[in-house]
Write a protein that binds this ligand. Structure first.
Ligand code: ADP
Length: 505
């Protein structure tokens, strides 16, 4: 059912974000002939997005709370720069209903859904209740107002562990604790609450039966400016560490077509019930032939490129056009996934030391181009990877005609990535891609805990080689080597085969 469409002209877009997503948004704006203003922190002066944007406004110090998360500073800067719209990217203020509302008040177009939708789905409890009322499948649990420890403990006992305690306002894998036995229940409730309070400002938690061999399958939906909801099919994101995604793919590795159709129908109905506008993702857990609604994210997802590659769409442009009140180029019956796409999140961390973050200056960076390869990166040589923000530094995405071909291409592509200056999880990603369970598409969200809980084991490194590596690193620190000799070297065939290049410092 269509609604009256109001065209609102956008000429200049302010970007309230940083890193690779800021770069992604700038590309979409350039394609549409729009100007860009980057609202950035002190730590992001002279990064790739900073250099690419038409204008930049400094909004505060490195600390996110005083820059990227500060509603007033972002709005003031956007208005001051003459922007007519704000794209929030993902993370930071992207799912903050107050921010979307504040934008509207200042006549800035918020490129995203309405504040009401953000509020409704931002509270996982109200989202679950909406889905339950609409007859959708939800994970059994307790979402009551009685938040006393006694009541929560009694409910856990009634359900029987394993149970997951989740923050109502949670996100990014935080504010969640799995209770595997009654004696640990109280501490799990308390620690989930503590984390929820400090990260989301609310202690409210709810309980769900913990599904211990489920797949994470999510549906991309999109509400256009006339109110029509498009089904952009699913992605599978079962490879997760501490409830955070590492590898995503589209379509799901193994999904019965009937179940796929049923899931898509529920996803579209949820979006229709909420009169949703823009890009949204409905997340499900799928176990033993049944699927359950988990939550809806009211923003662009990190893993949106895999959907773009199998469908041949541009979700960021679609978001901007919808915010302007323009129609899209799609027809639902022409949207059919073709081939297979995989995304790997590249983190600045040391996979041989349990994934500890790695910081430094990028001294050399090479992403080998090739058919069906796409890179999303917010860094160039000379840029710094600091400890202020998320350690994800790039996304490597590939497309090929089938899943086995895409898998092979991804391993090849990762082997050809070279990053000097920080260590990365590239060797870890390659090992995951070669794991039999993953290759067969049978992985559940327990995959990492089962096979890669402690990262990778360092290869046998002789003392001589360690000594040589140490000498090279200190020579480099003193500036005695050419800039391409990094303190941390990652990826590349050399990195995989030669132990000293990736050995511990
Ligand atoms: P966030 O918003 O923090 O990303 P989600 O609710 O999307 O949190 O859950 C993230 C991940 O946590 C899921 O993909 C899944 O692996 C795990 N999870 C959440 N709820 C359950 C559950 N009831 N049973 C099993 N795993 C769960």
């Amino acid at each position: 059912m269509g609604k009256a469409v109001r065209l609102r002209k956008i000429e200049k877009v302010a970007i309230a974000n940083r890193g690779e997503v800021a770069v992604r948004i700038i590309h979409a704006c350039r394609d549409l002939g729009l100007e860009t203003v980057l609202l950035h922190s002190e730590a992001d002066v002279d990064t790739l997005a900073f250099r690419m944007a038409d204008e930049r406004v400094l909004i505060g110090p490195a600390e996110s709370a005083k820059s990227y998360l500060d509603i007033e500073k972002n709005i003031l800067a956007a208005v001051g720069s003459g922007a007519d719209a704000i794209h929030p990217g993902f993370g930071f203020l992207s799912e903050n209903a107050d921010f979307a509302e504040a934008c509207e008040k200042k006549h800035l177009i918020f490129i995203g859904p309405s504040p009401e939708s953000i509020r409704l789905f931002g509270d996982k409890v109200s989202a679950k209740q909406l889905v339950k009322r609409a007859g959708g499948p939800v994970i059994p649990g307790y979402e009551g107002d009685d938040q006393s420890e006694e009541r929560l403990l009694a409910e856990i006992e009634k359900m029987g562990p394993p149970v997951i305690v989740k923050a109502a306002g949670g996100g990014g894998g935080r504010g969640m604790r799995v209770v595997r036995s009654m004696p640990e229940a109280l501490e799990s409730i308390r620690s989930a609450r503590r984390e929820a309070k400090s990260a989301f400002g609310s202690e409210k938690v709810f309980l769900e039966k913990y599904l211990d061999h489920a797949k994470h399958i999510e549906f991309q939906i999109f509400g256009d400016s006339s109110g029509r909801i498009f089904n952009l099919f699913e992605r599978e994101c079962s490879v997760q560490r501490r409830h955070q995604k590492i590898i995503e793919e589209a379509p799901a590795a193994k999904l019965d077509p009937t179940v796929r159709r049923r899931m898509a129908k529920v996803a579209v109905e949820i979006a229709e019930t909420a009169k949703y506008s823009g890009a949204g993702t409905i997340e499900f857990l799928y176990q033993d032939g049944e699927f359950y609604f988990m939550e809806m994210n009211t923003r662009l997802q990190v893993e949106h490129p895999v959907t773009e590659l199998v469908l041949g769409v541009d979700l960021v442009k679609a978001q901007i056009l919808t915010a302007q009140g323009q129609g899209l180029l799609w027809a639902q019956n022409e949207l059919a996934p073709r081939g297979h796409a995989i995304e790997c999140r590249v983190y600045a961390e040391d996979p041989f030391r349990g994934g500890v973050p790695s910081t430094g200056t990028i001294q050399y960076l090479h992403f080998e181009p090739g058919p069906g390869r796409r890179y999303e990166c917010g860094l160039e040589v000379g840029d710094k990877v600091s400890s202020h923000y998320d350690p994800m530094i790039a996304k490597v995405i590939v497309w090929d005609e089938s899943r086995p071909r895409a898998l092979r291409k991804m391993v090849e592509t990762l082997r050809e990535c070279v990053i000097f200056g920080v260590r990365t999880n590239i060797p870890y990603l390659i090992k995951i891609l070669q794991n039999t369970e993953f290759v067969e598409g049978k992985m559940s969200t327990q995959f990492i805990d089962t096979y890669f809980k402690n990262g990778l084991v360092d290869v046998e490194t002789s003392n001589d080689i360690r000594e040589l590596a140490k000498r090279l690193e200190s020579a480099n620190a003193l500036g005695e080597l050419a800039p391409s000799g990094g303190a941390g070297v990652s990826g590349g065939r050399a990195a995989e085969k030669s132990p000293w290049l990736i050995s511990k410092s």
